[in-house]
Design a protein around this ligand. Structure first.
Ligand SMILES: [Zn+2]
Length: 175
């Protein structure tokens, strides 16, 4: 299968890129026994939104959760709990983005077999907003506040931001 071959080839290149780089080889070795990422990022599954690239991060730096429309549900909460309570991460960022398919779907009342609960949540976040950029911001802020409400004892920071896929810039949202 062509797609699988691309993945196999891609992994070969990745292995080689680590082997051929002393710093990366050492880092990868150091990270075998432990990880201590400095931030937890919840963002969309969108193929254009790659947190490690957006924030110029390497192995072990970000604990990333990706989900349709950066919507936080049960599975994501388990990952967040692990990140802040076991890995002791003190900074959580919900990163929405422009041209988000999930936000668009929620705004246009689209349906999906497993997507409905996710879209309902995004819908609650964006309410009657008609501008997609504003809706994506509101959704990111809403998800961040939702996490805050469920981890009231968390002594770090939970913030939201918007990634603009046209300029590649991240704009942090004031709470
Ligand atoms: Zn998206």
């Amino acid at each position: 299968m062509r797609e699988k071959d691309r993945l196999i080839e891609g992994n070969k290149n990745y292995v080689a890129s680590i082997k051929n780089n002393e710093t990366k080889t050492k880092l990868a070795k150091d990270l075998i026994s432990h990880q201590s990422p400095y931030a937890l990022v919840i963002t969309c599954s969108d193929s254009r939104v790659i947190p490690e690239e957006i924030f110029s991060c390497s192995l072990g730096e970000l604990f990333v959760i990706r989900t349709a429309g950066n919507s936080v549900n049960e599975g994501e909460l388990a990952s967040i709990e692990y990140g802040i309570e076991h890995l002791n991460i003190k900074y959580v960022l919900v990163l929405g983005h422009t041209h988000c398919g999930a936000v668009h779907a929620a705004m246009h009342n689209e349906k999906g077999r497993f997507l409905d609960p996710v879209l309902d949540k995004i819908h609650a976040a964006i309410n009657c907003l008609e501008d997609e950029v504003e809706a994506s911001k509101a959704n990111a802020l809403f998800q961040a506040n939702y996490i805050k409400s469920l981890f009231p004892e968390f002594d770090g920071k939970i913030e939201s931001a918007l990634y603009d896929i046209e300029t590649n810039e991240v704009i942090f949202i004031e709470n």
